[in-house]
Design a protein around this ligand. Structure first.
Ligand SMILES: [Zn+2]
Length: 440
């Protein structure tokens, strides 16, 4: 009896470990990634919490290497020579990347990727001078996207979303945030969040954006907000469909007073908050959201000097979305003032069918350089450290340092050549948690 127990225990342990290891995707040993001309860890940028980034904050390691655990976390970073001295032998799998540059994977922290239908016809109308009100009257605008999205089956929506996520991944993006917001009734908004969940992709972050616009069934914004607070938020929480909420604060959309009620209810229920603020006019949304410790305030085109000062001293990240400003032909956010005063900024495409029908990180980054005078190191930090903070993921992701997940992209060009030619950008390889992901 004693002997049986003695033999059985190790067997049970071996079986358990086997299952555990297989679950982790068949990575059996620690991986040592090496042969990297420039390993960009952004370690100093992360230490500075993404604020006032200089070139040295990229923390470039020449002829770099890094060690990744079976669970996909970074155990060590440094020079190749050092690595070979300390980490060779049967416990380590050498992976020669033969790369010019290795960067942290980008994070896309603000997208409306879940919709059906396109809006190219109204784009032409808008360019020929037809007003947004007139376009809405003719059945265009957000309402046309809501109609198309409601008519699409969950399976169709899932396929569209998968394709768009893959388009981001092809550009070196790991984490992708996806908002609801084209359902605009409780039932439809919840269905959209269920579609996001059905992807079963741990790097897709869902955000509840019930208050995106008026609901067709409840056109009174106060009543719709009441519904969202009394029924929507509790249901999202109960079903664990999202742990983040967002709102569109703008003239003709949701007011400051409605936003305050929403933030109060949401934070009481433990949701993280983000908000679309000061895009077309200054409503005071950035100030309000900051007071509720919002993870991010997004757009930020019409900030006052006081707003900039307050944001610079806060933990809230300013997410800048210049592709939307290009499409709407409006001003660009005051990136220089924000950065120079110490605010943390992130960049995002704001991908949506109306005001930013582009998934291009290249376009967004070129605008950041040309129109917002951001430097390349600031742009790299904005897509990585800044975006990780905007999503509350900064402890696990956003740069390549010990303890964080090994989410990285492999390039055959130097970092200084990024966001220069206007062309689609594609890394050679993308790894998430130390595992190669198909991106071609
Ligand atoms: Zn948006």
């Amino acid at each position: 009896m004693v002997n049986f127990t003695w033999h059985f225990k190790p067997l049970k342990c071996i079986g358990f470990c086997l299952i555990l290891r297989l679950r982790l995707g068949g990575v059996w040993v620690k991986q040592l990634f090496l042969d990297i001309q420039q390993l960009i860890t952004l370690e100093a940028a992360a230490k500075k919490q993404g604020r006032q980034i200089r070139e040295e904050d990229l923390s470039v390691i020449s002829d770099g290497a890094f060690l990744v655990s079976e669970e996909g976390r970074i155990l060590w970073t440094g020079a190749r020579k050092e690595a070979l001295k300390n980490y060779s032998g049967p416990d380590f799998k050498m992976v020669s990347l033969g790369a010019q540059t290795v960067l942290p994977a980008f994070l896309e922290c603000h997208t409306h990727s879940l919709f059906a239908g396109e809006r190219f016809e109204e784009f032409e109308l808008r360019l020929t001078g037809v007003s947004y009100e007139e376009i809405s009257r003719r059945g265009g605008g957000i309402q046309s996207t809501v109609n198309a999205t409601r008519q699409a089956s969950s399976e169709e929506l899932k396929k569209l979303l998968q394709k768009r996520i893959q388009n981001f991944r092809k550009q070196g993006v790991g984490v992708v945030e996806v908002k609801s917001g084209y359902g605009l009734s409780l039932k439809e908004e919840l269905r959209l969040l269920e579609v996001i969940r059905s992807l079963k992709d741990p790097l897709v972050v869902p955000t509840f954006l019930g208050p995106h616009s008026a609901s067709p069934e409840t056109p009174n914004l106060d009543e719709y907000m009441e519904d969202l607070i009394r029924k929507g938020l509790p249901e999202v929480s109960k079903r664990s469909l999202a742990h983040r909420v967002d709102i569109f604060i703008e003239k003709g959309f949701f007011t400051l007073e409605q936003a305050e009620r929403y933030f109060k209810a949401a934070t009481d229920m433990g949701f993280q908050v983000a908000a679309h603020v000061e895009q077309l006019s200054r409503q005071g949304g950035a100030d309000l959201a900051r007071k509720f410790k919002a993870l991010s305030v997004d757009h930020c085109v019409n900030l006052s000097d006081e707003d900039i000062q307050e944001l610079s001293n806060s933990s809230t990240t300013s997410v800048l979305l210049p592709s939307a400003d290009l499409y709407l032909n409006v001003d660009y956010p005051p990136a220089r003032k924000l950065i120079d005063q110490g605010a943390r900024v992130a960049l995002s495409t704001d991908f949506n069918p109306g005001s930013s029908p582009s998934q291009s990180l290249e376009l967004c980054s070129l605008l950041a350089r040309l129109k917002m005078k951001m430097t390349l190191p600031e742009i790299f930090s904005a897509w990585t450290v800044g975006a990780a903070f905007a999503l509350g993921l900064e402890k696990d992701r956003g740069n390549l340092e010990v303890g964080k997940f090994a989410d990285f992209q492999v390039w055959d060009k130097p970092w200084s050549s990024f966001f220069y030619n206007f062309e689609e950008i594609h890394p050679r390889d993308l790894y998430l948690s130390g595992k190669s992901v198909a991106i071609s």
